[in-house]
Design a protein around this ligand. Structure first.
Ligand code: ZN
Length: 243
């Protein structure tokens, strides 16, 4: 039995039998890992309390024949405790965990950038320095970009002609110039595209100063783009309460 250590964020915890739990983590060096934690549902288990969704943990795993197992867990941060009393932020966090699971491909493949984005996003959500909807949309556009689906909010997504452009096409992956414009493209406000570009690059001065209607329009476009790329919408996304 070989052991390895990694840090990760618990994305999901499922019951297994009477006393065990299967946890899905996004780890720094091993990407997405599903592992069994034995005996953790007994009330005396300290490991169990540390393996709830949103927990940022340092874990020692052992390699198993089908599933790896968890032997030791140390808490780095428990974002769940900070989010659980705020329904809006909690559902926002759920959408982030679900996106992280969907956007990290095969298990065991390193996904360092996705991991760092998730930790950064959860920290920002808990710190409450920015509107949670903006934190979510920044996380979504950036994790889509890391997954290889970077949307273009400035140059034409088809021919590369420098912007600004008026048409936005989900299927084309961004804005389109007048020659490339596809039927059925959206025509978002210029401020909305500026906000989306700011979220993608992490320009919080621009993002924090944005108007509510730009945020609403940007969220709609991000959700449509994400759904297009994932082929079906995220289950938790419609639950996110936006103010
Ligand atoms: Zn074009």
């Amino acid at each position: 039995m070989s052991l390895y250590r990694d840090e990760g964020v618990v994305l999901r915890a499922q019951k297994l039998g009477e006393a065990d739990r299967i946890v899905t983590l996004l780890t720094r060096d091993h990407g997405r890992v599903r592992a069994v934690a034995k005996g953790v549902r007994r009330t005396s288990s300290r490991i169990g309390a540390r393996l709830e969704p949103f927990s940022h943990v340092d874990v020692q795993f052992y390699t198993g024949r089908t599933l790896d197992g968890v032997t030791q867990v140390e808490t780095i941060a428990s974002y769940g405790a900070a989010l659980v009393h705020d329904y809006g932020r909690y559902t926002t966090g759920q959408a982030m965990l679900e996106t992280a699971e969907r956007l990290t491909g095969e298990e065991g493949h390193p996904a360092v950038q996705q991991y760092l984005l998730l930790v950064g996003g959860l920290r920002a959500l808990v710190a409450a320095d920015h509107d949670p909807g903006l934190v979510l949309d920044a996380y979504l556009v950036r994790s889509l970009a890391v997954a290889g689906w970077a949307p273009s909010f400035d140059s034409c997504a088809r021919c590369g002609a420098p912007g600004p452009h008026r048409a936005f096409s989900v299927s084309a992956g961004g804005v389109l110039c007048t020659s490339c414009r596809l039927p059925g493209s959206a025509a978002p406000a210029a401020e909305t595209l500026e906000l989306l570009a700011a979220l993608l690059t992490g320009d919080w001065t621009v993002a924090d100063a944005s108007e509510a209607r730009s945020r609403r329009e940007a969220s709609g476009l991000v959700a449509a783009y994400l759904s297009w790329q994932l082929e079906r919408g995220l289950r938790s996304l419609p639950l996110v309460e936006r103010t």
